[in-house]
Design a protein around this ligand. Sequence first.
Ligand SMILES: *[C@@H]1O[C@H](CO)[C@@H](O)[C@H](O)[C@H]1NC(C)=O
Ligand SMILES: *[C@@H]1O[C@H](CO)[C@@H](O)[C@H](O)[C@H]1NC(C)=O
Ligand SMILES: *[C@@H]1O[C@H](CO)[C@@H](O)[C@H](O)[C@H]1NC(C)=O
Ligand SMILES: *[C@@H]1O[C@H](CO)[C@@H](O)[C@H](O)[C@H]1NC(C)=O
Length: 496
Amino acid sequence: MENHSQVCGVSNNMKYLPVVLALLVPLAPAAILEDIPGSDEMEIPAFVQTLNQLHRGPPLPPSTKRANVETRWFNQSLDNFDDTNKSVWSQRVMINEENFVDGSPIFLLLGGEWTIDPNSITSGLWVDIAKEHNGSLVYTEHRFFGGSIPILPLSTENLKYHGVEQALADVVNVIKVLKEEDKYKNSKVVVSGCSYSASMAVWLKLLYPDVIVGGWASSAVLEAKVDFSDFMEVVGRAYRQLGGDYCYNLINNATSYYEHLFQTGQGAKAKKLLNLCDSFDENNERDQWQIFSLIANIFAGIAQYQKPENYDLARSCSVLRNLDIDDASALSKFVQYSLRQQGCHNARYQETVDYYKWVKNNYNGNLHLSWFYQTCRQFGWFQSSANKNHPFGSTFPATLYTDMCRDVFGSQYTSAKIEEYIQATNKKYGGRNPAVENVYMTHGGLDGWSAVGSDSATIIPQGSHCFDSGSINPTDSPALRAAKERVIELVREWLA
Ligand SMILES: *[C@@H]1O[C@H](CO)[C@@H](O)[C@H](O)[C@H]1NC(C)=O
Ligand SMILES: *[C@@H]1O[C@H](CO)[C@@H](O)[C@H](O)[C@H]1NC(C)=O
Ligand SMILES: *[C@@H]1O[C@H](CO)[C@@H](O)[C@H](O)[C@H]1NC(C)=O
Ligand SMILES: *[C@@H]1O[C@H](CO)[C@@H](O)[C@H](O)[C@H]1NC(C)=O
């Protein structure tokens, strides 16, 4: 992997630029705009687009056949912890009973901060394991995401019904209702999740140990934290290891170059080079924070589900290098193409705030407001530049995000209050070391999120986020193969 040009056959010669652009198509983050109904009503700021990328659901396995998946709607209480309020809403649940034999187990897959999709319960490792046990696959959508919206508008007042405790109680209720059916009355339940929904799998077993017999948590993020400064270090390491030193240095140098421009009164030049819209105020600190955070998020978004065997990062780095011989210009062009946006980038802090405020009153399927609320209210995980061991500069403090919490959700969201909320989450769930049994946890060694994962998790070297979700495959590394076989074996034990 030393010669990155060979990996994808791109020459350093600029006359091959069209080849480079063609390569960008599969590399660039999936376009966000086209997935969102009504997004033409207000342009999604570039920063929000990069956050959407970081919180997209796990990649769907290739669908080989028409999914035989039924969608059902479950009545849920608006407030699972207040019997005096009888308001109900409909939660979306998808069920695949193709291989189900009455009385066999329920294989629950938990939805996280995304819209659920039937393909997730028609192939992949969890589906393979379910088949072995004649199980039924049940996929629950998390409240306030996708089609499972308990109440509108998404005002701060109404968002008080949002939160992981409510979502876990919803899941328990789905299990209860299913088990009232004859065919499920003797079914044991095993659970799995990826990323935030893996955290939910851990916490479900912790809070309701008798409801499920075991769980598999792939990339569970467990320790809530306001300033998540270690995230970008792992992302940087992924670029260095899989992209090469030249790639890391290029990003590092280009970032320093732009930082230097802002620091020396040449912000207008940086603004022009980065193709930022007029509204961007080069002298506004928060605007500066946001553009550097945005650039880091683009790289993190690509690394998030990278597969070493596909040379994803090596190819991205090759594209980046070949876009321009000048580092700063190469970075600017890379940002441009990753955002797949015509014209200038709207990267003003206030416009992001205005966008979120608009979504509060005009829910249009855009998921990120809802997740942003959870980060302010329960988890933090604000990916700052405070740790210096990464190539993305030092210009985006966690304050960028905590300020946004306040500006979007109200003045009660002071830094002190957010810190208090986050500590309450760790107190309740036990942070990185929850007191839970029969849950198997795995992490990718090059996944930024692993930095808030369990100390006892199995680490899959070079792996990314939710790296083990696919079926066993001949291209799996020995460590990946071993982790998958361990899940299979443990599920057998739990169901025995
Ligand atoms: C859900 O609640 C509505 C009324 O609130 C009721 O008409 C409907 O039968 C319920 N559905 C189920 C499956 O219980
Ligand atoms: C239940 O809560 C909703 C939302 O806050 C509110 O609109 C409704 O009036 C409440 N119902 C009762 C019976 O308190
Ligand atoms: C699955 O169902 C088939 C057909 O009913 C049965 O022969 C087999 O023993 C079942 N396997 C398990 C693990 O229950
Ligand atoms: C760093 O980037 C600047 C701006 O693109 C460029 O002029 C300079 O040559 C680069 N330095 C190195 C060591 O590549």
